[in-house]
Design a protein around this ligand. Structure first.
Ligand code: SF4
Length: 326
């Protein structure tokens, strides 16, 4: 199936300065990231804070421009923000944030918030918009009487449902969900994940789901990309990755996810500092924390290689035949 969204070796670097008189330096937030999302599929991006997953989401939406590589939607390069093509394209892709209250206008009713994108994109007559809002409320499991409420009168889960209804108002082909359930209780998280899966099945939406939580990513994703300091270090089918992760960082993440049944994985606890994009180690960026680091790792950044099982891994060990036993 032709991908809806394609990132090809996309990079994004920011220039920062430490203190008023400090020398400017470049921070590589996203480094040669290649990803694809097809209609009706979910690609889960997982990694710690500062790994570049949110910047990747913004690149996917055209809200950031890559300094190198490309981002294509329906095989067409993303137009610059403010161009004539921009509004038409934005209608087909929407962003859902972690904080629904912050994403909403507290003065507007829930119905008015959901109808907002229809006004912005000039879709439908007033009667058609009202009908569409009612249908969206039903689709996300909100009651008709909640349409007249204000954001602070709903629970966190109900607010996230309303934000999703607003994101779906223009019938987008792509949803980028950036930590959409992190602020919710575990039971509510499961409800929202199930609802997203149902909406995807009914509408064929492609979803880029960004989270620090590998357990949630596994529940919802058809494909997984694990990011570390701006790079995708392992990408592939969730079952394959969970059964036998190859990259040492993925191994540590997978080991921390509880498994059902009596068989327990041995937990790999990472030592060392969490990733700091402003202070990138030489060679493989993971080497200061990697239990399998070799001299080569400190000197050379590993290339991403595609393995016979379709996985892509960026680790020197992936090139050695005994990698799985490592
Ligand atoms: Fe560890 Fe080396 Fe692989 Fe990096 S390249 S993850 S340091 S083994």
């Amino acid at each position: 199936m032709m991908p809806l969204l394609t990132l090809e070796a996309a990079s994004r670097t920011y220039r920062t300065r430490h203190g008023l008189f400090g020398k400017p330096s470049d921070v590589r937030a996203v480094d040669r990231v290649s990803l694809e999302v097809a209609p009706g599929r979910t690609l889960g991006i997982v990694g710690e804070s500062g790994c570049g997953k949110s910047t990747t989401g913004r690149l996917a939406l055209g809200l950031e421009t890559p300094d190198a590589g490309s981002v294509r939607f329906r095989n067409t390069a993303m137009p610059p923000q403010g161009s004539a093509e921009w509004p038409a394209l934005r209608r087909h892709m929407q962003l859902v944030f972690q904080d629904p209250l912050g994403a909403m206008d507290r003065r507007l009713t829930i119905a008015a918030q959901i109808a907002e994108p229809l006004h912005i994109h000039n879709i439908g007559s007033p009667a058609e918009r009202a009908e569409r809002v009612a249908a969206l409320l039903r689709d996300v499991g909100l009651r008709p009487d909640q349409a007249a409420r204000h954001p602070h009168e709903l629970s966190g889960g109900q607010r996230q449902r309303a934000v999703l209804a607003r994101a779906l108002a223009t019938d987008p082909a792509l949803l980028v969900c950036d930590e959409p359930i992190s602020a919710l209780d575990v039971s509510i998280q499961a409800q929202i994940v199930n609802m997203l899966a149902d909406l995807q099945a009914a509408r064929g939406i492609a979803i880029l789901f960004i989270s620090h939580d590998l357990k949630v990513i596994r529940q919802i994703s058809h494909d997984i990309a694990v990011m570390y300091l701006g790079r995708v270090v392992e990408r592939g089918d969730p079952d394959t990755i969970f059964a036998a992760p190859i990259h040492p960082y993925t191994k540590a993440l997978v080991s921390a996810v509880p498994t059902p049944g009596p068989r327990r994985r041995e937990r790999i606890v990472l030592t060392g500092e969490p990733p700091n994009p402003a202070d990138r180690p030489t060679g493989c960026a993971f080497h200061p924390r990697c239990p399998a680091a070799m001299a080569l790792c400190r000197a050379e950044d590993p290339p991403a290689v595609t393995l016979p099982d379709g996985r892509e891994v960026a680790c020197h060990l992936a090139l050695t035949p005994d990698r799985i036993a490592a």
